[in-house]
Design a protein around this ligand. Structure first.
Ligand code: AP5
Ligand code: ZN
Length: 213
């Protein structure tokens, strides 16, 4: 299966991705995770992306399209993939269509994590992540076994620099202005499935499974 996960910051894309990935043996391509890794490693790409990310603005279309184009060539992505956080602009969606057309493949479903903005601040400000695996926790909704420590590796958890109430405002603005048109783009193609992302994680997983079965 070839899937796109779209939704505002904190809607649960990164939480559901590993579950879908394991169940369907897909590769998980999250542009946000890849960009954060590039920023941490201070690569040329990371240096270009850092400022926009810290302000909660989108990184340029050319940069992210380049990352996805490269990543989709991996052998593990040939059977199917989950695009988490890409495409986020109509230009990115059009570029993706061109890339897929060249390979003679199509997106099967776009999972729309529909949720009210008012719930997101609590989710974002309570999030803790394990940077190298991308695992995320929440102080209230998904606490780690030991506070501040990753369940699997025992390594320390950190908070994302953009996970503040102030930066969330810009991220939400970018979502409504630039990413909501992407949902319309795929709705016209008839491949959008709307999820009730405000429900508990298990219920969202059940909805995903229903859509994909
Ligand atoms: P990115 O990393 O993609 O961030 P985002 O879209 O803002 O999404 P989040 O990762 O914040 O939310 P999520 O939906 O994954 O939530 P999660 O599951 O972790 O992008 C970061 C930045 O990179 C962008 O701002 C931009 O600058 C740049 N960028 C990335 N892609 C780009 C692109 N294509 N073009 C241009 N720029 C790009 O959940 C959040 C919290 O809630 C967690 O603590 C979790 O435990 C908890 N939680 C999850 N589900 C539930 C639930 N059902 N109930 C209760 N709590 C829950
Ligand atoms: Zn995420």
């Amino acid at each position: 299966k070839r899937l796109i996960l779209v939704g505002p910051p904190g809607s649960g894309k990164g939480t559901q991705s590993p579950i879908i990935k394991d169940e369907y043996c897909l590769c998980h391509l999250a542009t946000g995770d890849m960009l954060r890794a590039a920023v941490a490693a201070k690569t040329p790409l990371g240096i270009k992306a850092k400022e926009a990310m810290e302000k909660g603005e989108l990184v340029s279309d050319d940069l992210v399209v380049g990352i996805i184009d490269e990543a989709m060539k991996k052998p593990s992505c040939q059977k199917g993939f989950i695009l988490d956080g890409f495409p986020r602009t109509v230009v990115q969606a059009e570029k993706l269509d061109q890339m897929l057309e060249k390979q003679g493949i199509k997106i099967d479903k776009v999972l729309n994590f529909a949720i009210d903005d008012s719930i997101l601040e609590e989710r974002i400000t309570g999030r803790w992540i394990h940077p190298s695996s991308g695992r995320s926790y929440h102080t209230k909704f998904a606490p780690p076994k030991v506070p501040g420590v990753d369940d699997v590796t025992g390594e320390p958890l950190i908070q994302r620099k953009d996970d503040t109430a102030a930066v969330l405002k810009s991220r939400l603005e970018a979502f409504h202005k630039q990413t909501e048109p992407v949902i319309d783009y795929y709705t016209k193609k008839g491949i959008v499935a709307n999820l009730r992302a405000e429900k508990p994680p298990k219920d969202v997983t059940a909805e995903v499974e229903k859509v994909l079965s």
